[in-house]
Design a protein around this ligand. Structure first.
Ligand code: TXA
Ligand code: MG
Length: 323
């Protein structure tokens, strides 16, 4: 039996399997099996009312999971699936409460990774299955972008980890709410508002409307490394580092350029000046920086530019999570 068939068999038996996607690694379980889904929440230490994204092999499976599907959902799926876009739609009555956190909506996505797609085709087949999968990290921590990251955090909790190499995108999918009213981006991702707007015919708004569904990735403190992290304007990095060094702290700096200081307790980690490459590298770099055992992590604030929105969102949450 090959790895994908073994993974599908484990999932059918109600076990957890971590698998690669183009964004981050997912912690997968049979989305029709509430007992399997309960294992996800236990493994992650995640509150049970936080809804999960259901992963599907292609858009032809939408009707099995959602109702009242608007035409724009089909257009967006045709344009961007497989890809880093999650659509929030009205749930089909057959979707377990354990997946939706009891809400009347469900998050659906077709990931763009060859191993994920093979697994989804084999597991979901023609029977209307789907894989519920949050990012394969403990609740509130940095998402994994390699199989090794998953092993470090969740090895004892999963039956199998499918290794598909480093994730191409590196941060989580864009979440677009199409469950009623105007489309809204609940979580920015590397598929940006401009690309979505080109299909919609207008730019979507950001953030949940009133009575919005819960998005755990939108909690203020999330995606956080263990080392305290501060976002600092490029021009103020040297001053912030000197102050911390003066107070006897060991400091690491994540920035595109060296900050012009040299000190035995100061390390510079080069960051990309390109937003896609920065996103690709970010979580692996945060893990490496965490492992260095510094007291403070200073990150150069990205430009206030639409192309940096998703990365800035994750960095702000990481900073909030480390106070
Ligand atoms: O890129 C991704 O989206 C990755 C990969 C594995 O696909 N998954 C991921 O899952 O980031 P997770 O669980 O870490 O984050 C999913 C987010 C959560 O913030 C959750 O609250 C939100 O999606 N979500 C899921 N279903 C929802 C719903 N019905 N309404 C609103 N938000 C929902
Ligand atoms: Mg997550």
């Amino acid at each position: 039996m090959n790895d994908v068939s073994r993974a599908a068999a484990l999932l059918r038996a109600g076990e957890l399997v971590a698998f690669p996607t183009e964004t981050v690694y997912g912690l997968g379980a049979d989305a029709r099996n509430p007992l399997a889904i309960a294992k996800i929440f236990a493994a992650k230490g995640r509150p049970a009312d936080h809804p999960l994204i259901v992963h599907l092999p292609d858009a032809s499976h939408l009707e099995r999971w959602a109702i009242d599907i608007p035409e724009v959902a089909r257009k967006l799926a045709a344009a961007f699936w497989p890809g880093p876009l999650t659509l929030i739609l009205k749930r089909h009555p057959s979707v377990p409460d354990a997946v939706t956190g009891g809400q009347d909506t469900v998050g659906l996505r077709v990931p763009n990774h060859p191993l994920a797609l093979q697994l989804l085709r084999e597991f979901c087949g023609a029977n209307g299955g789907g894989l519920a999968a949050p990012s394969a990290n403990r609740f509130g921590h940095v998402s994994p972008t390699t199989a090794e990251h998953v092993r470090e955090e969740l090895d004892d909790a999963v039956a199998m980890i499918l290794d598909g190499g480093p994730c191409a995108v590196g941060i989580e999918s864009t979440i677009l709410d199409l469950s009623g009213g105007e489309p809204r981006i609940l979580r920015p991702g590397m598929l940006d508002a401009t690309a979505i707007g080109a299909i919609l015919g207008y730019l979507p708004e950001f953030g949940g409307a009133q009575n919005a569904p819960r998005v755990s990735g939108s909690l203020e403190a999330h995606y956080a490394p263990r080392t305290p992290l501060r976002l600092v304007a490029v021009a103020e990095l040297a001053e912030a580092a000197s102050q911390a060094l003066g107070a006897g702290r060991r400091v690491a700096v994540l920035a595109a350029h060296p900050i012009g200081l040299s000190h035995e307790n100061l390390a510079w980690c080069p960051a990309s000046a390109d937003p896609a490459q920065f996103a690709h590298d970010l979580y692996a770099q945060l893990r490496e920086l965490d492992a260095m055992g510094c007291d403070l992590l200073l990150v150069a604030a990205p430009p206030a530019d639409e192309a940096w929105r998703a990365v800035t969102d994750r960095l702000r949450r990481a900073a909030a999570g480390s106070k």
